[in-house]
Write a protein that binds this ligand. Structure first.
Ligand code: AP5
Length: 203
């Protein structure tokens, strides 16, 4: 497969804005999107989901999108540069009206975090939702009945879980004390209370 083209993006305005940047981590179906919606409602941060940005790129029918869909159907990680460029473009486009960025599903591997922080700026906080594989599998199989997502089927969910364990869990260790671990198996409102406690420390 031909390498996916990168776009040259000037992120100086992002770097100079000094807005808070919160990474939201967790396995597939751990509730990242659900909690991010609540955070946006209460704190007004700009929510950017790396998965949503990739699905928008696929839907736009570009050459880059065509290459991405096959990777996502296999439950593997898209190349680091592609995700970072999509994030930069989205962050810049929302910068003027943003109070801070909530970056959902990123970084998925330690190298993504390192490159983001080198090219843009250090993150302010990392939130990680801890959920067992069994619960994540059940949630996603259930969501797959209606979601229409190409990756919400049992075979791809298994692969997504494997990718999460091999590549994404080490990110939690990488961020150490900067990473707030929250159990994601309770009721969404109870989880959000813990999320709010964490966010009060930077608001
Ligand atoms: P992405 O879209 O990020 O998918 P994911 O990480 O697998 O997570 P989901 O969006 O499926 O779940 P979620 O944690 O947001 O949970 P949700 O709130 O929806 O990524 C898709 C693919 O894109 C990846 O596999 C990869 O190929 C690629 N990709 C994405 N980012 C990338 C990156 N940075 N680098 C490289 N590749 C990347 O909840 C799930 C379900 O559970 C819902 O039905 C919800 O109602 C329910 N639920 C939520 N919370 C609770 C609760 N507390 N109790 C009961 N049910 C709950």
């Amino acid at each position: 497969m031909a390498p996916i083209a990168r776009s040259g993006i000037d992120v100086t305005p992002l770097r100079e804005s000094n807005l808070p940047i919160i990474f939201v981590l967790g396995g597939p179906g751990s509730g990242k999107g659900t909690q991010c919606a609540k955070i946006v409602e209460k704190y007004g941060y700009t929510h950017l989901s790396s998965g949503d940005l990739l699905r928008e790129e696929v839907a736009s029918g570009t050459e880059r999108g065509k290459q991405l869909v096959e990777i996502m159907q296999r439950g593997e990680l898209v190349s680091l540069e592609v995700v970072l460029d999509l994030l930069k473009e989205a962050m810049l486009s929302k910068l003027a009206s943003s109070k801070g960025f909530l970056i959902d599903g990123y970084p998925r591997e330690v190298a993504q975090g390192i490159q983001f922080e080198e090219e843009i700026s250090p993150c302010t906080m990392v939130i990680y939702f801890d959920v067992s594989d069994l619960v994540m599998m059940d949630r996603l199989k259930n969501r797959g009945l209606t979601s229409g997502r190409v990756d919400d089927n049992e075979e791809t969910i298994r692969k997504r879980l494997e990718t999460f364990h091999n590549h994404s869990l080490p990110v939690v260790e990488h961020y150490g004390a900067k990473c707030i671990k929250i159990s994601g198996e309770n009721d969404p409102e109870e989880i959000f209370l813990k999320v709010s406690e964490a966010l009060q420390t930077i608001s």
